[in-house]
Design a protein around this ligand. Structure first.
Ligand code: FE2
Length: 374
């Protein structure tokens, strides 16, 4: 009843406080080579390692960091291993969206009490640098949330990992923090997962997009965005909607073999520099035709950046009541057309680029057509 009253008043309260994204862990087929790609192409620095040399006999993990963003790239040696099984089914993909909390045991117990399915009981890891406590719950598909409590831990990442540096010089490209992480779920499942984040985590519903907002001539999708109280965690959840042809969400679900993380949006303060570097280093982006730029200024008004530069790099622009934003989307970063990245620069705007949806989805459809999956 209490929650309902708070909902009606519009002041939903987090079930437990979340300070931000702690890390995102990928299960991949070849961690050594994926870690190299994130260093050379995306400018992440290797900071820690766990593998046979550190006493971990069956898996290998590389911890990469750029400003506040931390990725773990993990692989397994034996085909029977749960990680290898995950990769066989889903291809390379996101397994863990880890959330930094003040009290991992408390977060886990409260989440489970409110209906979350436990994935790993609380455990405290210790080394000479202090302690880190973790616990995990399931979310959509085979994805999990790990709560990470790192009170006073002074080591480079967490117990079990050894500090390790990139073997070559790595230049960052200005990526600062995770802005939002998007999940694709099966038809009819969006509201179930939105309810999960509201009921279990105490998140609030930020915005709803229906198939009228997100549709082209051929395909459609629906999306709802949930957020925690301080707004540091934003999870849009997509489901396919009825269209004339197969939607990008259905394509994802077919290739990923179920629900999972579709894209990770990372923020930069200088998108022109960031995208210039990414392109120079061989990262592919979705292509929006030149005519997008013909009337975009009428739609978004005055902006600080040189429109010629934005056009050269194919960066998209949108505006809301609070300001504007610049964004661009990579093509999938592994063999299967599943996970991709969004690079975003927010100049006041707190929305998600609704004005670009149509151009964007048409760009994705062109890619689908090339893959023969539209
Ligand atoms: Fe996004």
């Amino acid at each position: 009843m209490d929650t309902l009253t708070q909902n009606q008043a519009g002041v939903q309260k987090d079930t437990f406080p979340i300070n931000g994204t702690d890390y995102i862990e990928f299960y991949v087929g070849n961690a050594k080579q994926s870690a190299h790609y994130y260093q050379t192409a995306f400018g992440f620095k290797l900071i820690a390692y766990r593998g046979p040399e550190t006493g971990c006999r069956d898996t290998v993990s590389y911890v990469l960091q750029q400003d506040k963003i931390r990725f773990i790239i993990t692989g397994a040696f034996n085909p029977e291993h749960e990680i290898a099984q995950h990769v066989q089914k889903h291809g390379d993909g996101v397994k863990v969206l880890a959330l930094w909390v003040d009290d991992a045991k408390d977060a886990f117990e409260k989440a489970v009490e409110r209906g979350a399915k436990a994935a790993a009981e609380p455990q405290t890891l210790e080394d000479e640098n202090g302690t880190v406590t973790t616990a995990s719950i399931h979310t959509y598909g085979e994805t999990i949330h790990t709560f990470v409590e790192r009170n006073n831990y002074s080591g480079v990442f967490m117990p079990g990992f050894e500090a390790k540096e990139s073997p070559m010089e790595v230049t960052p490209i200005g990526l600062k923090y995770v802005d939002h992480c998007v999940g694709n779920v099966e038809l009819g499942m969006m509201n179930k997962w939105v309810d999960f984040y509201q009921d279990v985590m105490g998140f609030k519903l930020l915005v709803t997009f229906d198939d009228k907002d997100i549709s082209t001539k051929y395909t459609a999708l629906m999306s709802k965005v949930v957020s925690n109280g301080n707004g540091y965690i934003k999870f849009p959840i997509n489901e396919p909607a009825q269209g004339l042809k197969k939607s990008q969400i259905e394509e994802y679900l077919d290739y990923y073999r179920g629900a999972g993380v579709q894209h990770i949006a990372v923020a930069t303060d200088d998108i022109i520099f960031t995208v210039d570097e990414l392109r120079r280093r061989g990262v592919d982006f979705l292509y929006v035709p030149d005519n997008y730029y013909e009337d975009v200024m009428d739609r978004v008004g005055e902006i600080d950046e040189d429109i010629k530069e934005l056009k050269r790099l194919n960066i998209l622009i949108d505006r809301d009541d609070e300001g504007y934003l610049l964004q661009i989307f990579t093509k999938p970063v592994q063999d299967r057309p599943t996970v991709f990245y969004e690079i975003i620069q927010r100049q006041g705007a707190r929305s998600f680029g609704k004005g670009n949806f149509k151009a964007l989805f048409e760009a994705i459809e062109r890619e689908q057509a090339l893959r023969g999956t539209l």
